[in-house]
Design a protein around this ligand. Structure first.
Ligand code: PAF
Length: 281
């Protein structure tokens, strides 16, 4: 596997692949790879030569967040990528963000949901992802649905800048207990990780209530918050939106999504679930 740290070389390699008619799939990560990343990479491989990046982006962390302690395991990540048959890892240095005078923002959709609690987070995410898109110019890019707001914002930014990249969402991978895979799950011991599975369980029970006939958004949100608090979570928010992140408080329909962020044992978790009536066969 070629580990590329230089922006100029990454441009050359990616341009070369495309010139010789290989589509480029891009999977940006912050490392500490887990099953969720592996799924993104496996999807990416189906569409073309998969280029993975690892960069813990300081721009998307607030000063009081866990940038310094964010889980990192470079050696293990390299082994995982080699075993997956990845040929190119982009591992940029801090210059990629240092001295940057230009930022990418979406004021309308960045400042709701997670954005209300993590000021400038999505500005940091959109800026690094657009920089990476400019360097790699991928044909396809892959993002996990656990970070649904991030996926929608990146897709919109790529469209707004007329980039020739198709942004592809990939289903959330979960631990046995239901907890969505995340690098931050490394903060939990096995016992707490099991209990954290109650986060998704509360979301699923809310969809069960929807399927049983409750369609009023505010009642569904109230139900979910009650369950979460009872299970020991500190709730940042529970909101229902349509697929484009427009908040819905009244009538909820199939295809709408419930998004939530909570804190458990000092770890911030996010997750979401789509409302879908399970059709009886
Ligand atoms: O989802 C992540 O891991 C990060 O937000 C991303 C997309 C790699 C940008 O730093």
């Amino acid at each position: 596997m070629k580990i590329i740290t230089s922006i100029a070389e990454m441009k050359r390699v990616s341009g070369g692949l495309k010139k010789y008619s290989r589509s480029v799939s891009f999977i940006p990560t912050m490392g500490k790879l887990h099953e969720g990343h592996i799924k993104l990479i496996e999807e990416g491989k189906k569409y073309g030569e998969a280029i993975v990046s690892i960069f813990v982006n300081p721009m998307q962390f607030a000063p009081d967040e866990d940038y310094d302690s964010y889980p990192r395991d470079y050696e293990r990540d390299i082994e995982i990528l080699k075993n997956l048959g990845i040929k190119y890892l982009f591992y940029p240095t801090a210059d990629i963000v240092e001295n940057s005078a230009t930022f990418v923002i979406n004021p309308e959709y960045s400042d709701r949901l997670c954005g209300l609690f993590r000021t400038d987070h999505f500005r940091g995410v959109l800026t690094i992802v657009m920089k990476l898109f400019c360097i790699i110019t991928p044909n396809f890019a892959f993002f996990g649905l656990k970070d649904y707001q991030q996926y929608v914002l990146i897709k919109k930014a790529a469209e707004d800048f007329f980039l020739d990249v198709k942004v592809i969402p990939v289903k959330t991978v979960r631990e046995k207990c239901g907890l969505a895979m995340s690098s931050r799950n490394a903060y939990f011991n096995d016992y707490d990780r099991g209990i954290a599975g109650n986060f998704y369980k509360a979301l699923k029970e809310t969809v069960d209530l929807f399927n049983a006939g409750e369609k009023l958004g505010e009642n569904l949100v109230f139900f979910a918050i009650k369950k979460l608090i009872k299970n020991g979570f500190k709730v940042d928010y529970v909101k229902i939106t349509d697929k484009d992140l427009n908040i819905k408080e009244q009538s909820v329909r199939n295809g709408d999504i419930m998004l939530s962020a909570v804190e458990f044992k000092g770890v911030r978790l996010i997750d979401n679930i789509f409302f879908e009536t399970l059709l009886k066969k």
